[in-house]
Write a protein that binds this ligand. Structure first.
Ligand code: GH3
Ligand code: MG
Ligand code: MG
Length: 325
């Protein structure tokens, strides 16, 4: 790289949050020179003297920017670009090919192999640093898009009113729990919980208070699950589900009874004052499914639903396990 007196520019671009850069060149002199340049521009730097060494480093640590020499003995920069693009990493890797050659076909070959940018070794230090700033801009765009996507995914699985998981989350994650249980063995229990005479709450206090009751109810159920990996979801209306991995029928009934007692222990506090409610619960578990019943989410749900129906029929505010037909 040609020397430059643009140190002010380089200093201005320095940023403590700059992404890490991996420099790959078989020429240690060039590596040393670039390392000092990038470090003074505020980029944390790691180096490798071969493509294999670079792949090794990338395997151990995610490095979002790689500046690689086009010509190296063994695997060259073009092949390294291709190899990086074939693998999956936790985020996008911005690839900059560095070369003495800048014939049209070299540039095309580099871009074709997956490079994002192509810099001549004759370029000034200021130009290299300016191009790194472009890389940083693109990487930060990628990160914010990824965050937005994660947030959208989370929202799509969250119930807007209560903040609990929603039905979509329930179906997807119960399916995963079921697969895990099938593979590794053990138990899995499901509780279906329905607030009793909830229509009367709405009729008496209005829909807004009804909403407050639902929110408080969801919070209370969630707060009284016995273990970290137990979880609950709002299936719709005033119906909730609790999933208890590695829990058999007796354990599930105990949890259900505890949750039911927690609901009646104190009225729900609302903007119209305390509103007492009760809930009915149906319990099912894989081990308690009748022989011959296929082990599916539908079977678990339909048996828990039968239990819920039995609880309602027997006078509500209780826990039932469906018996044989
Ligand atoms: P049961 O004991 O048999 O379960 O009686 P219930 O009144 O709880 O059941 P029903 O299915 O007859 O009525 C459920 C009510 O829940 C009717 C519906 O308006 C109300 N509801 C459903 N979703 C919401 C909601 O998001 N907010 C409010 N405030 N009410 C809701
Ligand atoms: Mg070389
Ligand atoms: Mg109800």
């Amino acid at each position: 790289l040609t020397d430059t007196d643009d140190t002010t520019l380089i200093v201005a671009l320095a940023d403590t949050s700059a992404p890490k850069v991996l420099l790959v060149d078989d020429d240690e002199l060039i590596l040393g020179h670039l390392e000092i340049l990038l470090a003074s521009a505020g980029f944390p730097v790691t180096t490798a003297t071969s493509a294999a060494g670079a792949l090794d480093l990338l395997q151990k640590e995610f490095i979002p920017i790689v500046i690689l020499d086009r010509d190296m003995p063994g695997m060259d920069g073009i092949a390294l670009c291709r190899s990086i693009r074939e693998k999956t990493f936790p985020g996008y890797i911005y690839l900059m090919l560095l070369t003495v050659r800048d014939a049209e076909e070299d540039i095309l070959a580099g871009l074709e192999a997956g490079a994002d940018d192509y810099v001549s070794k004759r370029a000034s230090a200021a130009q290299l640093v300016a191009r790194l700033r472009t890389a940083r801009r693109i990487l930060s765009l990628e990160r914010s898009l990824k965050n937005a996507l994660d947030e959208r995914r989370r929202m799509a699985m969250t119930d807007v009113l209560t903040g609990a998981h929603n039905r979509r989350y329930f179906m997807r994650h119960l399916n995963q729990e079921l697969k895990r249980t099938r593979r590794f063995g053990g138990e899995l229990a499901l509780l279906l919980i329905d607030i009793d005479h909830f229509k009367r709450v709405n009729d008496r206090y209005g829909h807004v208070v009804g909403d407050e009751v639902l929110t408080e109810f969801a919070r209370r159920i969630g707060a009284h699950l016995p273990r970290d990996y137990d979880w609950c979801a709002r299936l719709g209306g005033e119906e909730f589900a609790v999933v208890l991995p590695q829990t058999g029928p007796e354990g599930a009934v105990n949890v259900a009874e505890k949750l039911r007692a927690e609901v009646v222990a104190a009225p729900m506090s609302t903007s119209c004052g305390p509103v007492p409610i009760t809930a009915s619960i149906g319990v099912s578990s894989l081990g308690a499914l009748p022989k011959g019943e296929e082990v599916t989410i539908e079977a678990l749900m339909s048996w828990a639903d039968r239990g819920l129906y039995a609880s309602k029929n027997a006078g509500r505010n209780r826990v039932s396990v469906p018996g044989p037909l």
